[in-house]
Every structure is written in C-alpha cells, then in structure tokens.
Design a protein around this ligand. Structure first.
Ligand SMILES: [Zn+2]
Length: 104
C-alpha cells in the first residue's frame, strides 16, 4: 500500500491537469507508441550520423488524428488527438533516422 500512494497522487495530478486544460478549450491528447528498442534509441542511447558522424538529435513530430472523445483512466474528455512520433536528425547533413535504421 505504501508504494501505491505516489502513483495515485501522480494519477490525480494528471487528471486535474487534463481537466484544467479541457476547461480552457485546448485539450490535447498525445498518443505515444514506442517499442522497447525505439525507447532506447530515442531516449537512452547516443547515435551518430552514418554520413558525417555528427551526434544525432531527437525530434518529435505530431500527427493530427482529429478531434474526439478519449477515455483516459475512466475520465472521458473531448480533445484534439495527436500521435507523437520521433526521429533522430543530423543538423549538419540533414539526414534523419528512424529507430529501425539504426544498429543496436
Ligand atoms: Zn550527418
């Protein structure tokens, strides 16, 4: 029970933040789908460009999926839905890489 409490508080904060945003009429929901390899490639590991060996930087892109109702932890709310996708970008040559193109 002692370990569950911080999680419950966090959930409560997220719901309150969601409700506040909804009240201001610009509620947005982000859908993020990452495999374990993608999570490692985009957030944990450093990768270098295959052409110029420059360190790659993570970029996030948002794909608009339309408006609608979502059920987040049993709270229904109306929001603009986005799907968030990542890639790694080289600022020197402009190449971008997906997790699938990188060697683990
Ligand atoms: Zn490069």
């Amino acid at each position: 029970m002692g370990q569950l409490l911080p999680i419950l508080i966090l959930v409560a904060i997220i719901i309150i933040a969601g409700l506040l945003l909804a009240r201001f009429g610009n509620s947005r929901h982000y859908e993020i789908e990452l495999t374990f390899k993608q999570l490692k490639d985009y957030f944990l590991k450093k990768h270098y460009c295959m052409s110029c060996n420059n360190k790659l930087k993570r970029r996030a892109k948002e794909e608009y999926k339309g408006e609608g109702w979502s059920d987040i932890m049993n709270t229904f709310s109306y929001a603009k839905k986005y799907k968030r996708i990542y890639d790694l970008h080289c600022s020197i040559c402009g190449r971008s890489y997906q997790s699938e193109q990188l060697n683990s």
